[in-house]
Design a protein around this ligand. Structure first.
Ligand code: SAM
Length: 290
């Protein structure tokens, strides 16, 4: 029987609380992830030939990952215009704190950050965004799940990308998509608008079939042993974030939670040194505007 669920994305405090717990259980740190991405996905920004570049960063959260991107760009070009679109006020405040300390240390003298506290859908509807060919780089890391109608929105993002510019999108792939689809069988509505990279790629195939697209995959794991301990706060936070539901254990009948935990363990995990890791592999989609 389908049951009603509270979607995590509608509860800002709970969303970021659970996200930060989940991040503590990752096999790789943000630093390692971004070093990998700088080298492989962004190619150390060797394609940046202009002296000034404009970047649109979508769903940056607290900016922890953006720091590595901005550091690399600030060393590469004379001026970086970095436009952040992020709906959470509290996350933007944290990003601004990072910016202040970088400015105090004189590290981002050639960087101008502009913050738009709003959803991407609203930002794209703003008049000044009517101009096409505006951004050299567009970056969306783990946020396209929450954007309504991502197929159409990415089509619109492509329009505001300059000719020769690049759009980078990161999303989870495979296991996360599988468990969300499995969970969807048991409750009445979708938790998020796109379950992962595979689904986004299908949507892009319909809305922008002829674009130049490259795919890179990166292994990742999230420790999930705690999810199997009913009384574990961390385990319940991680389970909530994986399923994108608030208080899974309170809101979903026990027999369904048990089924989903078995599915998690048997179909979506690997073990290392006796510890169980959720196969939270990422896929980077790189779209170059020709
Ligand atoms: C899982 S977090 C990822 C944060 C960061 N990019 C990272 O990888 O750690 C998803 C982010 O997308 C943001 N977000 C949610 N809906 C959005 C929307 N409609 N437009 C832009 N950003 C959105 C959330 O506020 C959150 O900061």
């Amino acid at each position: 029987m389908a049951v009603e669920t509270k979607l995590l994305m509608n509860y800002e405090h709970e969303f970021f609380e659970r996200y930060s717990t989940l991040c503590r259980y990752r096999r790789t740190t943000f630093y390692e992830e971004q070093q990998w991405r700088l080298k492989n996905t962004f190619q150390d920004f060797s394609f940046c030939k202009d002296t000034a570049i404009s970047v649109l960063a979508i769903g940056s959260g607290d900016g922890t990952k953006d720091v590595y991107i901005i550091d690399a760009l600030a060393k590469k070009v004379d001026f970086v215009d970095y436009v952040v679109v992020e709906p959470s006020e509290s996350e933007i405040q944290k990003f601004k704190t990072i910016e202040s300390s970088k400015q105090d240390r004189g590290e981002w003298k050639n960087v101008r950050l502009t913050y738009h506290q709003m959803a991407l859908e609203e930002f794209l509807g703003k008049p000044w965004q009517d101009k096409e060919n505006y951004f050299d780089i567009i970056i969306a890391i783990h946020c396209a799940y929450f954007i309504s109608n991502p197929g159409q929105i990415f089509h619109d993002l492509y329009k505001i990308l300059k000719k020769g510019g690049t759009l980078f999108n990161t999303m989870s792939v495979d296991a996360w998509e599988k468990i969300l689809q499995e969970a969807e069988k048991h409750h009445s509505c979708r938790t998020i608008s796109s379950y992962g990279s595979m689904e986004l790629r299908q949507k892009l195939g319909q809305t922008m079939p002829n674009v130049n697209m490259k795919i890179l995959r990166r292994k990742n794991g999230i420790g999930v042993d705690e999810c199997f301990r009913e009384e574990s706060k961390d385990g319940n936070d991680i389970l909530d974030f994986i399923l994108q539901i608030v208080d899974v254990r309170k809101n979903i009948p026990e027999e369904i939670v048990d089924k989903l935990l078995i599915y998690l363990r048997e179909k979506c995990c690997h073990s290392v040194d006796g510890k169980l890791y959720f196969d939270a592999d990422d896929e980077d989609i790189i779209i170059v505007k020709e």
